[in-house]
Ligand binder design. Structure first.
Ligand code: WTA
Length: 657
C-alpha cells in the first residue's frame, strides 16, 4: 500500500528551490502574528490553546484544556459549553457590528446580495426555527447538497445552532455518492436547491436528490431552495425553503452545547472504496479555525475583504468560509460560479468590485490562470490584495512565483497552508509578517502544533532528509473519529506509528537544510486531482461495476494543471464485443465513472490492456502503471508474478496508437 515518499514524484525538483522572500517592514509592523507566538506556545502548549479559546464566547468555561486519556480520541476544553452559531453571528451583532456586511454574495449570472451580520442573524434564526418545526434537534444528521448560495451557509449555521450535525455533500457528486453519504450518516433531512448555475447555464440538482432519497429510507423531509427556477418533480417529502423558512420567526435563542458536542460529518476519500465520515466537534474545532484564520491570513475585521474560493462541499469551505472567518467577524466574498464565466477575468472583476484584500485558492486554479495568461489579471486593478493563500496540494515554485508577481503585485506574502479534512484547520504554514516565505514549501507547524518528518521506524529524519509527515501532539480541531467506525479510525491514522503515538497523515514530506517542511504528495492510494481527494479503489470499483469491464487498475499520473490526472487501465470481459475498446465505449466508461462518483472522478485516460501487472500475492503494482501513464521507462519488474506482462501492455498500447 505504502510507497516510498516522493517516489516517481515530479515534486522532487521542488527541493532545488532556494529563493526566500522576507516580510516587508511595513507588513511585519502591522501583522497579527509576532515571533513571540512560537515561544509562547512552546513554553506551555495547553495554556497557549486556552488563551486561543478565549477568542470565543463560552456560556460555561471549561475545567480542563485537554483530556487525552482516551487517546486517540481527544477531548478539548472539557466541561465548557458554547453555541457555535452564536459565536459566528449573534455576538457580532451584540458587539455593535450588526450593520457590517458579513457576506458579499456574487451569483454566477451577475446577481448579488450583501448580507449584514444582523441579516445573517435573522436568516439563521428563521432556518433554525424551521429545523425545530420539523423535529430536527441535537445530534440529528442533516445532509446539505447545494451550490454556493447564501442559504447553504444559513443551513449550516442553523444546524450548528440547534445542535444537529451537518453532512455537506459537494454539489458535483453523483446521486449515488450522495445516497451512500446520506445512508452512512442516517440523515433525517436533506437540504438542496432546484438547480445550480454552472458555466453560464442552469443545471438541475434536485433529480439527483430524488434518486438518492429513493434509496435512503432515513430521510423524512427535503427542503428545496429555489435558485434556477427550473421545473422540478415534487414528492411528498419535499418542501420549499421559501414556504417553510420565510414564514418562521426571526428570533431564536441559541442553546449552549458541550464543547465536545458533534458539529459536523464530512466525507472524504480513503484508501478503500468506502468514503470516511470525518467527525468534528464544537469547541476545539472552532478555536483552531478561528485562531488560524486570524493569524495565517492576518485578518483585520474592520478593513479587510476576504475571499476563499473553495466550495462549502469541502473542508476548506467549512473552516475558511463558514466557521473561521465568521467567528472572526469577517467581511467576505462568496462566489457561486466558475472562474471563466462569463470570461476568464471573472475572479479579477470580483477582486476589483469588492476590493478583496485576502485571497485564498488552490494551486490547480493558479496554474489554470497561468495557462489563460498574465495579460488577463494585468487588465485589472488588484492593488487591494495584501495576503494570498494556497491550499489543497503542493504548489510548484513556478506557480508560486507567478501568483506572487501577477496577482500579489510582487509583494503580498503567500501562505502555503497544509492541512486535511481530518485536521479540521491549518496545521503547517508560514505566518505572514514573521516567516520569510519560500516558493513551494509550507515551511513550519503553526504555534501550538506538533509536526515532524520521520522515517519508516518513526525516527525524525535529519535536515535534508525525507520521510513521512506525522503529527506528534493532539490539536484542538483534530477529528474525533470516523462516523460509526472506531476501528477504521485507529487503523487509518494511528496504527502506522502506534509505538510512538503519532498521527500518520498519509503525506510524504522532506526537511530542507533550514528544517523547513516540503510536502511531497500522498504516499497511499489516494490521488489528488485539482486539490480533491479521490481514492484509486473508488474509481476502480466504479469501473468494474460497468458490464464490459473485468478488472481495472487506476493511478494518479502527474498533470500540469490538475496536479494529478486519473489514468485507468482496464481489462475487458470476454464477451464485451469487438467495439468495447473503441472511442465510443471508452467515453461510455468515463461517463459511467462520472455517474457513479461525480465528474471530478472521470479518468483523464482509459487504456485497454490484456493483463495487469501483479505481484505473486496478487497485488497490483501501480508503480509500474504510473511509469506507463507518465511515459517513463518502466521500472523494476522483478517482483511481478509474470514479468512479461509489462511488455504485453506496452506493446498493446503502441499498436493501439
Ligand atoms: C494535500 C484539504 C501540500 C495533502 C485542506 C493532504 C497539501 C490532502 C496542501 C488533504 C499543501 C493539502 N501542500 N499538500 N498546502 N494542502 N494538501 O482533506 O496531500 O481535501 O493530505 O483537505 O491534500 O486534502 P483534504
Amino acid at each position: 500500500m505504502t510507497q516510498s515518499p516522493g517516489q516517481g514524484n515530479a515534486l522532487d525538483n521542488l527541493l532545488t528551490e532556494s529563493r526566500t522572500f522576507p516580510p516587508s517592514d511595513e507588513f511585519a509592523a502591522q501583522a497579527n502574528a509576532q515571533p513571540a507566538l512560537y515561544e509562547e506556545a512552546k513554553a506551555d502548549r495547553e495554556a497557549f490553546w486556552a488563551k486561543q479559546a478565549e477568542r470565543l464566547h463560552w456560556e460555561t468555561k471549561w475545567d480542563q484544556v485537554l483530556d487525552w486519556s482516551g487517546a486517540p480520541f481527544a477531548k478539548w476544553f472539557v466541561g465548557g459549553k458554547l453555541n457555535v452559531a452564536y459565536n459566528c453571528v449573534d455576538r457580532h451583532v451584540e458587539s455593535g457590528h450588526g450593520e457590517q456586511v458579513a457576506i458579499h454574495w456574487e451569483g454566477e449570472p451577475g446577481d448579488s446580495r450583501a448580507i449584514t451580520y444582523a441579516e445573517l442573524q435573522r436568516e439563521v434564526s428563521k432556518a433554525a426555527n424551521a429545523l425545530t418545526s420539523l423535529g430536527i434537534g441535537a445530534e440529528d444528521r442533516v445532509a446539505i447538497y447545494m451550490p454556493m448560495v447564501p442559504e447553504a451557509i444559513f443551513a449550516m449555521l442553523a444546524c450548528a445552532r440547534v445542535g444537529a450535525l451537518h453532512n455537506v455533500v459537494f454539489g458535483g457528486f453523483s446521486a449515488e455518492a450522495l445516497r451512500t453519504r446520506i445512508q452512512d450518516s442516517e440523515a433525517r433531512l436533506v437540504i438542496t436547491t432546484d438547480g445550480q448555475y454552472r458555466r453560464g447555464n442552469p443545471a438541475p440538482l434536485k433529480p439527483a436528490v430524488d434518486e438518492a432519497v429513493a434509496g435512503a429510507p432515513s430521510v423524512e423531509k427535503v427542503i428545496v431552495v429555489k435558485r434556477t427556477d427550473t421545473e422540478v418533480a415534487w414528492t411528498d417529502k419535499d418542501v420549499w425553503w421559501h414556504e417553510l423558512v420565510d414564514s418562521q420567526s426571526d428570533q431564536h435563542t441559541p442553546e449552549a452545547f458541550d464543547s465536545e458536542h458533534p458539529l459536523f460529518i464530512l466525507y472524504t476519500s480513503g484508501t478503500t472504496g468506502k468514503p470516511k465520515g470525518i467527525l468534528h466537534t464544537s469547541g476545539g474545532y472552532l478555536t483552531q479555525a478561528s485562531y488560524t484564520h486570524n493569524y495565517v491570513f492576518d485578518l483585520k475585521p474592520d478593513t479587510d475583504v476576504y475571499w476563499c474560493t473553495a466550495d462549502i462541499g469541502w473542508v476548506t469551505g467549512h473552516s475558511y468560509i463558514v466557521y473561521g472567518p465568521l467567528s472572526n467577524r469577517v467581511t467576505q466574498v462568496v462566489y457561486e460560479g466558475t472562474p471563466n464565466t462569463p470570461n476568464e477575468g471573472r475572479h479579477w472583476d470580483i477582486v476589483e468590485k469588492y476590493g478583496v484584500s485576502i485571497y485564498y485558492t488552490a494551486p490547480t486554479l493558479i496554474r489554470t490562470f497561468m495557462k489563460w495568461g498574465a495579460d488577463i489579471p494585468a487588465k485589472h486593478d488588484l492593488s487591494s490584495l495584501r495576503v494570498l493563500g494556497s491550499v489543497g496540494e503542493p504548489i510548484n515554485p513556478e506557480a508560486w512565483i507567478w501568483y506572487r508577481e501577477n496577482i500579489g503585485g510582487g509583494k503580498a506574502p503567500i501562505v502555503d497552508t497544509w492541512w486535511q479534512t481530518e485536521t479540521g484547520a491549518i496545521m503547517i504554514s508560514p505566518l505572514p509578517g514573521v516567516v520569510s516565505t519560500k516558493p513551494g514549501s509550507a515551511q513550519r507547524p503553526l504555534p501550538g502544533i506538533g509536526a515532524k518528518v520521520v522515517n519508516d521506524e518513526g525516527v525524525e529524519v535529519p535536515h535534508g532528509g525525507g520521510g513521512y509527515l506525522v503529527l506528534d501532539e493532539p490539536w484542538p480541531s483534530m477529528l474525533r473519529g470516523i462516523w460509526g467506525d472506531e476501528e477504521r479510525y485507529r487503523d487509518t491514522y494511528w496504527s502506522r506509528f502506534k509505538d510512538q503515538g503519532f498521527y500518520f497523515a498519509g503525506d510524504g514530506a522532506k526537511y530542507d537544510n533550514d528544517g523547513d517542511i516540503w510536502l511531497l504528495g500522498r504516499v497511499d492510494d489516494v490521488m489528488n486531482v485539482s486539490g480533491h481527494r479521490i481514492s484509486t479503489t473508488e474509481v476502480e470499483s466504479a469501473l468494474v461495476s460497468h458490464p464490459t469491464v473485468a478488472e481495472a487498475a487506476v493511478v494518479g499520473a502527474s498533470d500540469e494543471t490538475t496536479g494529478q490526472g486519473i489514468v485507468a487501465f482496464v481489462i475487458l470481459r470476454g464477451g464485451a464485443g469487438a467495439d468495447a475498446g473503441g472511442a465510443e465505449a471508452i467515453k461510455a466508461l468515463r461517463d459511467h465513472v462520472a455517474k457513479e462518483i461525480g465528474p471530478i472522478a472521470k479518468p483523464r485516460q482509459i487504456m485497454v490492456v490484456p493483463e495487469l501487472p501483479k505481484t505473486r500475492s496478487g497485488k497490483i503494482m501501480r508503480r509500474l502503471l504510473r511509469d506507463v501513464a507518465e511515459n517513463r521507462t518502466v521500472g523494476d519488474v522483478t517482483t511481478l508474478a509474470d514479468s512479461s506482462v509489462m511488455d504485453l501492455i506496452s506493446a498493446g498500447l503502441q499498436s493501439g496508437k
